[in-house]
Design a protein around this ligand. Sequence first.
Ligand SMILES: Nc1nc2c(ncn2[C@@H]2O[C@H](COP(=O)(O)OP(=O)(O)OP(=O)(O)O)[C@@H](O)[C@H]2O)c(=O)[nH]1
Ligand SMILES: [Mg+2]
Length: 372
Amino acid sequence: MIDTYCSGCGAKIQNKDDTLPGYISDELRESKPDEELVCQRCFRIRNYSDNFRYQVSNREFLDVVSKIKNEDALIVKIVDIFDFSGSFVPAIKTLTNKEDVLLVGNKVDLLPKNVKYKKIISWLKLMLKNQGFSVLDSVLVSAKYGDNFDELMRLIYKYKGKRNVYIVGSTNVGKSKIINQILKRYLGVASDIVTESVSPQTTIGLIGFNLLDGSIIYDTPGVINKHQYMHYLSRKSYKLTYPQKEVKPLVFQLNEEQTLFFGGLARLDIISGETCDVINVVTYFSNKLNIHRTRTNNADRLYKDKLYSLLSPPTSIDERLPKWVYHEFRIRDNQKYDVVFSGLGFVTLRAPFCIRAYAPFVVGVYTRLAII
Ligand SMILES: Nc1nc2c(ncn2[C@@H]2O[C@H](COP(=O)(O)OP(=O)(O)OP(=O)(O)O)[C@@H](O)[C@H]2O)c(=O)[nH]1
Ligand SMILES: [Mg+2]
């Protein structure tokens, strides 16, 4: 019997275990043509927003990688522009052996409207250079609103020639949403076909669709990267942490020896001796995240007493974030900088300053020239 696959997540269709992806009862299976089969897990994610966490096994993942490795194809690598260091997986280069990669920065809609695309692109290029990574081209898009998709398609057709295309990247960067947008905008499909969800590892196998020239564009399962808050928080906490829409600025006037807490997920201290007087700190985080100001000499005690309540998310003791470390940035020129907590948000402030930025050690924390 020929294997069939779920059109929503790419899992192999099975009738044995309803707790695993790909499950369809025999009655349902008989009632539909193979290409329209959607497994129970996909049905529930789509209709009830169920949280079915499933870890794609090494075997499932290696199957995908070996297919890509053995084929001369165009790789389109997606990163989450709001979580570059969490979603950029350099290993993809060695996994696929491919040099010709098109880089797509997705979720630009989360950044404030007045951000300059040019500045983001130059920052992206710098980050890639630091990683020793070269790409054919890069483009910023929003899969949510379809922004810049004409440019994305132009670049895909420009670089692919007659080859197939694989959309790759870490979990939750929006690969499936990008595929759905392409299907709806350019291939005449009326509604979403591939399953998307806020939970990691929604896509399980390869899902291919014919492009107009007969080549195939594939959605692929995402790589898990433990450098993201998502893997340590409950779904409820993650929804408070990760912005669902454009981040709005808040302005704080801070003195030296003052601290901001971003929920219980990160912290920023203004260190004495560098800042002239009061410093304006503009914060860009999820509108649902509590930002709390305190004196630095009170900060450790507050964290101990108020984590999970005033300082939340995390909302429960079961959400064990990795140990915090701090990164000290002492900058003496007079330019504006962003201090970025990857996957959480960023603050903008004008140098000179000396600050300490605290976050779980797995989370990327760095400065860049302000993008606004
Ligand atoms: N704001 C915003 N959210 C997006 C965008 N693209 C995707 N998302 C959201 O990000 C989450 C993950 O999207 P998916 O398309 O399922 O991500 P994926 O990369 O396919 O994830 P896996 O299948 O787990 O590898 C969903 O909640 C999407 O709605 C975007 O452009 N903007
Ligand atoms: Mg997916």
